[in-house]
Design a protein around this ligand. Structure first.
Ligand code: FES
Length: 240
């Protein structure tokens, strides 16, 4: 906007999209809401909707210390007994967030919503799949853009439709390399959640880092999300 839009220009806009909404059965199935730090923002809206419906749910909210958590007074008034607060620095073990302890109280398949840093989301997904939860019951929103990981290496990506080959630096995504090259790929969240940037994979092995493909789709190796996922080897050919 700052770089390209000029006064007097007409813009075409679309309505807002919610990629992290409560599903229809959340009100009846005992939804579990987990928020890490400022990831409370969408989770608080979900709690408000569930409270308005007089639904059974639990809100687990964690951060460095309970005294530093945002909106605690408002959440106490909103969620009452549904609210559970935790802090890493709390003296009592009961006040420190323990995912394994929480999962021991849940039934596999309860709708679970988690928003916060990547470590929290990855831990929830790993524990849920270890305990046989269907992947589609875990919905998440990352409260940051996906970060490069230790050991990420440069690779080449051939864009078959565009007849171009680009170098992707260790700290760069395929999407960013395409944007830097002046291309106009479709994308939205840049966190591997919305699925908008999905492309077909023609050749090469993918390091999948998205939160939207199923395990079967990842194993098929036929599609990937270029905003987060990378090549496992030196070269990848995609349908873009
Ligand atoms: S832009 Fe949303 S998954 Fe890539």
């Amino acid at each position: 906007m700052h770089t390209h839009v000029r006064a007097g220009q007409t813009l075409r806009i679309a309505p807002p999209v919610n990629a992290f909404a409560l599903e229809a059965d959340a009100a009846s199935a005992g939804a579990v809401l987990i928020a890490g730090g400022i990831g409370i923002t969408p989770i608080a809206s979900m709690a408000a909707a569930l409270t308005a419906n007089a639904s059974r749910y639990a809100l687990h909210y964690t951060g460095r210390s309970i005294s530093q958590l945002a909106f605690v007074d408002e959440l106490r008034a909103l969620a009452g007994e549904h609210l559970h607060l935790y802090g890493d620095d709390e003296a009592s073990e009961a006040n420190r967030f323990d995912l394994a302890r929480l999962f021991a109280t849940l039934t596999p398949g309860q709708p679970l919503y988690v928003c916060g840093p990547q470590g929290l989301i990855d831990a929830v997904i790993a524990l849920a799949s270890e305990r046989g939860w269907p992947r589609e019951r875990i919905r998440s929103e990352l409260f940051a853009t996906a970060a490069p990981q230790t050991g990420d290496a440069a690779f080449e990506v051939e864009l078959r439709q565009s007849s171009m080959t680009l170098s992707v630096a260790p700290t760069q995504t395929i999407l960013d390399a395409m944007l830097d090259a002046g291309l106009d790929p479709l994308y939205d969240c840049k966190r591997g959640e919305c699925g908008v940037c999905q492309v077909g994979v023609i050749e090469g092995e993918v390091d999948h880092r998205d939160y939207c493909l199923s395990e079967a789709e990842k194993c098929s190796g036929k599609v990937m999300h270029i905003c987060v996922s990378r090549a496992r080897a030196a070269r990848l050919i995609i349908d873009a």
